[in-house]
Write a protein that binds this ligand. Structure first.
Ligand code: HEM
Length: 164
């Protein structure tokens, strides 16, 4: 794996803070949270600029395929994916990310709570998955502001996905 750069570490600390804070402040708003109202886990980013920064659907497809490849090879989380339907996972994630970044897609998969029910996922799983996704976005040369817009959409989903 590529050695993380100093910039990556700095940004990672910032994202850790965003993820941590979202956890602290999301609690009172849970009942009305888009994480639960919308199966995709949130409402889409407005406009097409972030979708374009991801290089549209082909870029999103590359980011998701590379992310899933990293997850199944990542010793921290690989066991979570054993025996799972990865074809379906890739398809649903491509639609979900396209939808969230403002692309012309609909997400028809399970809501985030149902999709991860019974898996006993922990914060460590969530953070490892997000780190691998960042590496995949870097490889696709998605500009950092657009990466952060997507990560900010994913962060509040932690409360629906992490149950341990
Ligand atoms: C923001 C973070 C995450 C998002 C956006 C996300 C999104 C999704 C989506 C869209 C699906 C497919 C739902 C469907 O089949 O209808 C799914 C399933 C799955 N996710 Fe996640 N996920 C996240 C975090 C995680 C984490 C942290 C893990 C484990 C390390 C994980 C492991 C899985 C597995 C194994 C499945 C397949 C379940 C099955 O159908 O057998 N996910 N996820």
């Amino acid at each position: 794996m590529t050695k993380p750069t100093l910039a990556f570490h700095r940004r990672h600390r910032l994202l850790g803070l965003i993820f941590g804070l979202s956890g602290l402040f999301a609690m009172p708003a849970l009942a009305a949270s888009p994480v639960f109202d919308n199966p995709a886990g949130g409402n889409p980013i407005g406009g097409m600029s972030v979708y374009k920064a991801f290089h549209e659907q082909p870029g999103i497809d590359r980011v998701i395929d590379d992310s899933v490849d990293r997850w199944v090879a990542d010793p921290r989380i690989s066991k979570r994916f054993e025996g799972r339907n990865l074809v379906r996972l890739r398809l649903e994630l491509k639609a979900q990310v396209c939808y969230l970044v403002g692309g012309p897609c609909a997400y028809a998969g399970k809501d985030m709570k149902a999709a991860h029910a019974g898996m006993g996922l922990e914060n460590l799983d969530f953070n490892a998955l997000a780190e691998d996704l960042q590496l995949a976005m870097n490889k696709e040369h998605v500009p950092f502001p657009a990466q952060n817009r997507l990560l900010a959409k994913l962060a509040p989903m932690q409360r629906a996905i992490v149950t341990k």
